[in-house]
Design a protein around this ligand. Sequence first.
Ligand code: ADP
Ligand code: MG
Length: 679
Amino acid sequence: MSDVAYRAVLEARKTGNKIDRKVADEIASGMKSWAIERGATHYTHLFQPMTGSTAEKHEAFLSLKDGDPMERFKGSALVQQEPDASSFPNGGLRNTFEARGYSAWDPNSPAFILDGTLCIPSVFVSYTGEALDMKVPNLRSIQALNTAATSVAKLFDSGVKSVSINVGLEQEYFLVDEALYNARPDLQLCNRTVIGHTSAKDQQLSDHYFGAIPSRVATFMKDFETEAYKLGIPLQTRHNEVAPNQFECAPVFSEITTAIDQNMLLMIVMGKVAEKHKLKVLFHEKPFQGINGSGKHCNWSMQTDKGVNLLSPGKTPLKNLQFLSFYASVVRAVCLHNHLLMASVCSLNNSYRLGGHEAPPAVMSVFSGSTLSRVFDAILGKGEATEEEAKSNIGVVSSIPEIIPDNTDRNRTSPFAFTGNRFEFRAVGSSANAAGATCVLNSAVAESLKEFRARVDALTAKGEELDNALLTVIREFLKEASPVMFDGNGYSEEWLSEARKRGLTPVTNVPEAFQAFRAPDAVKMFTETGVLTKTEIDARVEVREETYVKKLQIEARVIGDMCLNHVIPAAVNYQDALIKSIQGGKDIFGDEYKTLCKADIETYREIAGYINALSEDTHNLVEARKKANHMADMTERAHAYSTEVMEQMAKVRDSADHLEMLVDDALWPLPKYRELLFF
Ligand code: ADP
Ligand code: MG
């Protein structure tokens, strides 16, 4: 590739400038040779639709020219593809027949080869330019944050030219044996068990957490790590998680787009490698009821083009003012958009996990740790410090570096925790595309930083010294953020009622939470930062609702099928055995059978009770679904699913799980938790 072409790519990455068609042809030709040399035969635009997964449509390099085969890949094919992809939910953005979807190369992300296919990371937009994917809004939010953060960073160092975002995604997952997975229709179709009694022993002893990695799993890890390294994904940590058969891996953090692309790619790679080990990876947020679910902790920080981490407490008071400015802007953003941020991580899958006692709570809070909290109290003139002391207390700040890097000050019950030089957004779901959460976070922080700069400018224009102006606005921001600041136990009941008193909105119902995107504050933030238009917001809410409904619909059908085809027949078989035994008792022992077969008779009755309840509840579940399906309005339908359908599913599950405990193990046709969860 020529110098010109190389520079064009770098320039496009830096400024977002378009790449000339001629140059694109040259890059395409370079990419093609590179890929073909490495055995690739096909290429695809890999994009990230709003459903949260990845999508690919492969095209062969090979085509015919005048009847002769030749390998072709032109700039136009690199830059743009029209994958049709009309079946992706688009929230009404592509309702007319000419409203096609286009995927376009995103030069921010490196291309790679997977299974003989050159994968070109792409964005997916409609003919009229609306975002149809997760990537476009995230790229826009990165740009908004870059602009706002650079303008604040310039107050401290006029030489700063840009601010980028660093992200490190910890990935939790479960592993199950492939054969057992294939024997469970719910795992196959929903990636989670919709029925299943808890195992007598699961995570009570915490003996799995950080324990020795089972050798079968260690070989799998080594294998997928090797494949990941080949694709440039620098995995760094691996360990057992809390639940049995639950594990975690994390790469070294990188620039946000790369980190998110690589996480999506990592999930694909892990799935492929697992096949070779006769394993299945479950990325579902809650595959098993009663034990811990999985998250994708999103570690997030901002860094200047000079390499300064803006969330690092720093060494001198002046630098600490910079840290405090950025810290205050983030926590204010989290407070103003607390419900929206929770909504950004909400999904059907995550709803089974959020708000439980082992996962991020359903209400937003920020954990700062005792050292920082004391510093904030001093700045706010709270506690023992007087107004005057508070002013001079800026000196306190210089003591942060000695204490903060000690990460023992950790709170695992906080959905948004400061961990020394970054925030950890812990509520993101394990199967989710993290862009859904970062897009909201970046936009909210961009909005706050813009406001920060405006307020500081207004004060300095009035003749205020810069340091004083900064301190004033930091104090204002910390005050505005105070409702969300909480260092205590995020799982406790007291916190939930305290949070309500502070005006924070907990997520109680997922489809209702989606409406946070439509709230006036959210619309204002998205439109003013240029991240989403009103139409795009509506489309996104609709896609979330639709995805929620469809997934729950599948789960409801699966649970119904499993009860009718597996659970009830197994229970009836066992009743058969019992009745034979009871009849035998009567034939041989006469009236004495009543005492001799007492337990069997009781079990028979108990089973009959559950079978009857189960078939009635399964019938009611079908009716609840039918009723919900008749609702034309998607918001109403999602609401009906989240209430009536879900409640009915819980009833069905209860009977099925009781039957699992009663029926002869030899007759039970489904692998149990005990079998699924222990290698
Ligand atoms: P934990 O102790 O929270 O489980 P891990 O080591 O599993 O921590 O994961 C921490 C993640 O945070 C890693 O991906 C790491 O690279 C990332 N990380 C570290 N520093 C930063 C930073 N400044 N910005 C963003 N991510 C970071
Ligand atoms: Mg970790």
